[in-house]
Design a protein around this ligand. Structure first.
Ligand code: ZN
Length: 278
């Protein structure tokens, strides 16, 4: 007998519609589609205040999956680093207040004028260790999301699953990995590193969008699932084979989709996901 294919849970990252919708319509849009969790951004929470955000979450019955984000961790000089770390700790606290599943950590890129990538990586690891000490005290899990190597110049120094896995292994419990298809699809070690992360139970999330050819902007031109060249269904099989049983998170940073009616964006994304991830 052939078993009916089962759909995963779908979660929207608020960034997908943030240009047109504030927090409340976003949560209502998720609830109207029968979703129960969403991934939120601290700057959107700040606009309404934490108390009001929690009220909106309660009213719509939506709970927080990912919280974006703690970082940048890389600051200039001792004072800059201390300030970054303090801010990151406050983001972890906010994630805990919102009972998020995990908080995304954003390393930030090289300091202006610097060419010391390995130094920046060492500094990031040190800051991660300190942030992790704090996160453990408030019971919040940190998530490393390796970003595409194209953003190494200005946004991130953790650029592969291999690096993220190695960091998690050195740092111990309380930290895991979010696998974002857009950032990692090119990696020839993809399957092996997903399996490595999965074997340690550290895959915390799976983010989807698509890689368009040509890509006009590395930050603001992600594709709708199915419009690009990523084998999303194949990657989902690998993520599941690695033991991940969590939701598929839709996260599309795109000028093209930000210009559309958010209702259409959510409906289109869900329809695409239901056919790709069935
Ligand atoms: Zn992501």
């Amino acid at each position: 007998m052939v078993e009916a294919s089962q759909l995963p849970e779908f979660v929207f990252n608020e960034a997908t519609v943030r240009e047109r919708w504030d927090l409340e319509p976003f949560l209502e849009g998720c609830a109207a589609r029968g979703l129960s969790r969403a991934s939120l951004w601290g700057d959107e929470i700040d606009k309404v205040g934490l108390k009001e955000a929690r009220r909106m979450l309660a009213r719509t019955g939506i709970s927080t999956f990912g919280f974006n984000r703690a970082g940048p961790l890389l600051g200039a000089g001792t004072a800059g680093r201390t300030e970054c770390l303090d801010r990151a700790r406050r983001a972890v606290d906010m994630a805990a207040e919102l009972a998020a599943d995990h908080v995304l950590v954003f390393s930030g890129g090289l300091m202006e004028g610097s060419r010391d990538l390995s130094g920046a990586r060492a500094q990031t690891e040190e800051a991660l260790g300190e942030l992790l000490d704090h996160a453990r005290t408030v019971g919040m899990t940190l998530a490393l999301e390796p970003l595409h190597p194209m953003v190494a110049g200005d946004r991130a120094v953790i650029l592969s699953l291999s690096h993220a896995n190695a960091l998690c292994e050195r740092l111990g419990g309380g930290i895991g990995i979010v696998a974002d298809a857009y950032h990692i699809w090119w990696d020839e070690r993809l399957e092996a590193e997903l399996a490595r992360a999965g074997a340690a139970g550290r895959i915390l999330g799976f983010h989807v969008s698509d890689w368009l050819v040509p890509t006009r902007h590395v930050l603001r031109d992600r594709g709708m699932m199915g419009d690009g060249i990523i084998d999303l269904a194949g990657m989902w099989r690998q993520v599941q084979a690695a033991g991940y049983a969590g939701p598929v998170e839709i996260e599309i940073f795109s000028d093209r989709w930000w210009a559309e009616d958010p209702d259409l964006v959510l409906d289109t994304a869900l329809a695409r996901c239901r056919s790709i991830f069935s």
